[in-house]
Write a protein that binds this ligand. Structure first.
Ligand code: PLP
Length: 455
């Protein structure tokens, strides 16, 4: 990288260790410095505009320049810039948001608990589940099952749930008592001739075998995203959630739906649980809850979870868990206004309508020589890039083609993200059909340009 010694790029290299980045390579390539955003667009320091086709990190539902969120933050900052929820203290934004979330939940829920990130919320869910098992006099019931390619975050317990090698290798993870069952990616994992239903039946059978091998009385909970996001946008195959839930119910195992990406409209319904008929005991939410304008996350728990926790906290004297910033008043006020906007502007309906258009446009790309699979629902999708369609084989090493197309798109004013060779699309929920067409034009051009290099 050729930058002036005191340019933002040079100072970034000098002083900043990046999340999810090859730290050595970054010293050569430097950062993309984003300075501002409006609607579905962001702009870099040199004035180049990009369609933010990932809504930041799957998160900016209302777009990048929503004045009502700025005003909500300023109002709350002026009135009460901080308070907390320890020792029975409370404040209005937290009470209003807890009520709103419990009442909008896709299944009957009892209480909301507030955290600051998806990872913290998943760690909290595990702690609640262990606490509950102890409360119920079942101290042996501590094992948690998650899925290969699932993503639940990066703190020690959440990264243990995550089923991706780069989150565990050299971090000495996963911790004990976290198990992984198969990824539900039909296109990649199905046996020859197996239908989607048959594939789902086999996966539910494998889950049951795992539970039986471990001892059902030792398994406390199953964690899953309705649609896997960071694992490459894996949409569940036909019958999957119904069959998985039947197994969990048989052995009295709690279900945690990680709605951190799917929640608040992404799949074309308010929650991914509604799209797939999932009836969880705990729902984990973040990202689109505040359009990520401020960090906030939440768990909803039903009475099966709350009642034993209440008893145990009474026995011990306190529920000894909570974060200084959990349910922060400014973040809660922004989340409330953001949820109001999602409802007022029918962004869930927009995700359904414009999402159908995006899915249709993407599916037209299935004939392209570099496209192995197109998958998605609502306004979340991925195309799986391959060099050899029949063999489903990559171009050289896994991720080389994904990185190439991702780079070509960035050069042409589109920010996407490749997870290996899965190129993801998750634009702000405000996107219009016309803007989807612009995005798709850029994708087609990038694929054609890549095809020339691959040939
Ligand atoms: N769960 C899911 C489904 C996610 O996609 C993410 C982040 O991408 C997380 C949890 C972790 O959230 P955070 O990065 O806020 O810790």
């Amino acid at each position: 990288m050729d930058a002036q010694p005191n340019s933002p790029e040079a100072r970034d290299i000098r002083y900043h260790l990046h999340a999810y980045t090859n730290a050595r390579k970054h010293q050569e390539t430097g950062p993309l410095v984003i300075e501002k955003g409006d609607g579905i667009y962001v702009e870099d320091a040199a004035g180049n505009r990009y369609i933010e086709a990932m809504a930041g990190l799957w998160s900016v539902a209302v777009g990048f320049s929503e004045p009502r969120l700025v005003e909500a933050a300023a109002r709350q900052m002026a009135k009460l810039p901080f308070y907390h929820s320890f020792s029975s203290r409370s404040h209005s934004p937290l009470i209003d948001l807890a009520e709103k979330l419990v009442l909008m939940a896709p299944v009957p829920m009892s209480k909301a608990f507030f955290t600051n990130s998806g990872s913290e919320a998943n760690d909290t869910a595990i702690k609640m589940i262990w606490y509950r098992s102890n409360a119920l006099g079942q101290p042996q019931r501590k094992k948690i099952i998650a899925r290969k390619r699932g993503y639940h975050g990066v703190t020690i317990a959440a990264a243990s749930l995550t089923g991706l090698p780069s989150n565990q290798t050299s971090f000495d993870l996963p911790i004990a008592n976290v198990l992984h069952t198969a990824s539900p990616h039909y296109w990649r994992e199905a046996l020859p001739g197996e239908s989607e239903e048959q594939f789902s039946t086999r996966l539910a059978g494998e889950l049951e075998q795992l539970i039986l091998a471990e001892g059902p009385e030792t398994v406390a909970a199953f964690f899953g995203e309705p649609v896997m996001g960071a694992g490459g946008v894996v949409v569940p195959p036909a019958g999957y959630w119904e069959k998985i839930q039947a197994v969990l119910a048989k052995y009295d195992i709690l279900l945690v739906a990680d709605e951190v990406i799917c929640g608040f409209g992404r799949t074309g319904a308010m929650f991914g649980c509604q799209t797939y008929g999932i009836k969880p005991d705990i729902i984990v939410m973040s990202k689109q809850i505040s359009s990520s304008y401020l960090p906030i996350s939440a768990l909803l728990i039903n009475d099966r979870v709350f009642e034993p926790i209440a008893d145990e906290s009474n026995r011990i004297g306190t529920f000894g868990h909570g974060f200084t910033g959990g349910g922060h008043p400014v973040a809660a006020a922004v989340a409330l206004e953001n949820l109001n906007l999602i409802e007022e502007r029918d962004l869930v309906g927009n995700a359904r309508r414009v999402g159908a258009h995006m899915q249709e446009r993407l599916r037209r790309l299935a004939v392209h020589p570099l496209v192995g699979e197109v998958r998605g629902v609502g306004l979340i999708a991925a195309i799986e890039l391959v060099a050899d369609k029949a063999a489903k084989a990559p171009w050289g090493s896994v991720g080389a083609l994904g990185g190439l197309v991702n780079g070509l798109l960035q050069d042409n004013g589109v920010i996407t993200r490749n997870m290996g060779d899965a190129l993801a699309f998750c634009p702000p929920l405000i996107i219009t059909e016309k803007q989807v067409d612009l995005l798709m034009q850029a994708v087609e051009q990038a694929l054609d340009a890549a095809a020339k290099q691959v040939a």
